[in-house]
Design a protein around this ligand. Structure first.
Ligand code: DUC
Ligand code: ZN
Ligand code: ZN
Length: 462
């Protein structure tokens, strides 16, 4: 009889292409067998009858302990990754932000100090380039070789924004060296004009944050980035695509077979701009960029996700406490730190409002929450699927559990959730990282520092 460490029995294994009843056997953190009636001497047995066996979620857009807007996002690599694990996510890719004058290596080291020894799930880093020059450009190939194979460029935000010449050079350098450029696409000048105009007119409440960042500002930047990438003949990944106008640009590019990919986030699929009307400054909960959009955008995004126009769902998790952080902007929306929590609720929301409601097939749910993120960001096939040879990063998911999302039950280090009161059908019951059970029935039982840094490979275009 073969020796295994763990056998998951009688669950329905779901991958991006299949759903089948199977046992899953694990040895030394790796999936080593799939099949019926697997037995093994001394192995830990999990009975998954009636449950789904999904690949661990992969969230490729998080901001843990990130200095931003005069404060620092409130989840660090310990609290944030515990929350992620409790929500069924086993890998994140966070953004190491280059400070002015820093090399890319220094940016990465700064983020290693935040994460190493603290993270409870595996993690990689994109490097956000904010201060480009010839030296930095020439440093990109080494960064890619060292496993930081994707870079983010902000097309907006004072202090972070880069111009089109930088975008063009970075796209060419990344393409020539097996890297990928990601863009936060919003038109700086439209937004800057509107923010100043609203301020002058005394329009200072949170809802003016959304009004200062109209969909056309996003769509223009998406279109421009796509055209520059097409000129450079380089792949491009658009982060947090939030509206129909941008989706039209994306879909057109993909129809032309351009290697353009995009993610959206649960907040753009499930929440809309009316949220900014919540009284007593509570609209600040939803101050994020891009902002929540008019309702009619939601169905377009769900459609785009189902049809394959959008490839991934991440969270842009960037939490700030209402009390003590968001309230920096009580007198002016422009001072509210941008961002909202979501690292813990992504899998349940996407299953419940996507797969369970029939908007996404089960396989597509897995594809957009795990498989495509792993492929695009150079982690596949060790992450993002359930197959012999892959890491045993697995979520046992009970499709029959009903829950109401409420802050007091979540692990995110922040004083609210944008999804308060959302009913979900289905929730992760066990999270397994490299063969180790790290969450059981909502309780984190893993170990601080067990998360491993992942050197990532070149993107697989999807
Ligand atoms: N958007 C946010 O809302 N927060 C952090 C960075 C970003 O682009
Ligand atoms: Zn962004
Ligand atoms: Zn972000």
């Amino acid at each position: 009889m073969r020796k295994y460490d763990l056998i998951i029995k009688r669950g329905t294994v779901v991958t991006a292409s299949d759903a089948f009843k199977s046992d899953v056997a694990v040895k030394d953190g790796i999936i080593v067998a799939l099949g019926q009636d697997i037995t093994g001497d001394g192995a830990n047995i999990i009975d998954a009858e009636g449950k789904y066996v999904f690949p661990g979620g992969i969230d490729v857009h998080t901001h843990l302990e990130m200095p931003f807007g005069g404060t620092v996002s409130s989840d660090d690599f310990e609290t944030g990754t515990i929350a992620a694990a409790c929500g069924g996510t086993t890998t994140i890719v966070d953004f190491a932000i280059q400070a002015k004058g820093q090399s890319l290596q220094q940016a990465a080291e700064t983020w290693h100090k935040k994460a190493d020894g603290k993270a409870v799930i595996d993690y990689g880093f994109h490097i956000a380039i904010t201060d480009m020059n010839e030296d930095i450009l020439n440093e990109m190939p080494r960064a890619i070789k060292n496993g930081y194979s994707s870079f983010k460029l902000f097309m907006t935000y004072d202090g972070l924004k880069v111009n089109d010449d930088v975008l063009l050079k970075a796209l060419i350098m990344a393409k020539e060296n097996g890297g990928l450029i990601c863009v936060h696409a919003e038109n700086y000048y439209i937004i800057d004009y509107l923010i100043k105009k609203f301020y002058k007119e005394g329009k200072i409440e949170p809802k003016y944050h959304a009004m200062s960042r109209p969909t056309v500002a996003e769509a223009e930047a998406v279109s421009r980035a796509i055209k520059i990438a097409s000129f450079a003949n380089a792949p491009l990944y658009i982060v947090h695509l939030s509206c129909k106008e941008s989706l039209i640009e994306l879909a057109r590019a993909r129809e032309q077979r351009l290697p353009v990919m995009a993610e959206t986030c649960p907040q753009y699929l499930l929440l809309s701009e009316e949220k900014y009307e919540e009284p007593n400054f509570m609209g600040a909960k939803y101050v994020m960029s891009p902002p929540l959009r008019p309702k009619e955008n939601l169905n377009s995004l769900w459609d785009g996700l189902a049809k394959g126009e959008i490839q991934a769902v991440s969270t842009d998790h960037c939490p700030f406490f209402l009390k003590g952080q968001k309230d920096l902007g009580l007198e002016f929306f422009g001072k509210i730190p941008n961002g909202a929590p979501g690292i813990e609720t992504r899998m349940a929301l996407m299953y419940s409002y996507g797969a369970d409601m029939g908007k996404l097939s089960l396989q597509r749910f897995v594809e957009v929450t795990a498989t495509n993120p792993a492929k695009i960001f150079g982690l596949y096939p060790s992450k993002g699927t359930i197959a012999v040879g892959s890491d045993a990063d697995i979520v046992i998911f009970d499709p029959n559990v009903k829950k109401v999302i409420t802050k007091s039950k979540l692990h995110e280090n922040v004083d609210y959730t944008p999804y308060e009161g959302f009913e979900v059908t289905g929730y992760p019951v066990i999270t397994i990282l490299r063969g180790n059970i790290i969450v059981e029935n909502g309780n984190f039982i893993g170990r601080k520092g067990f998360g491993k840094f992942l050197k990532r490979q070149a993107p697989i275009l999807v």
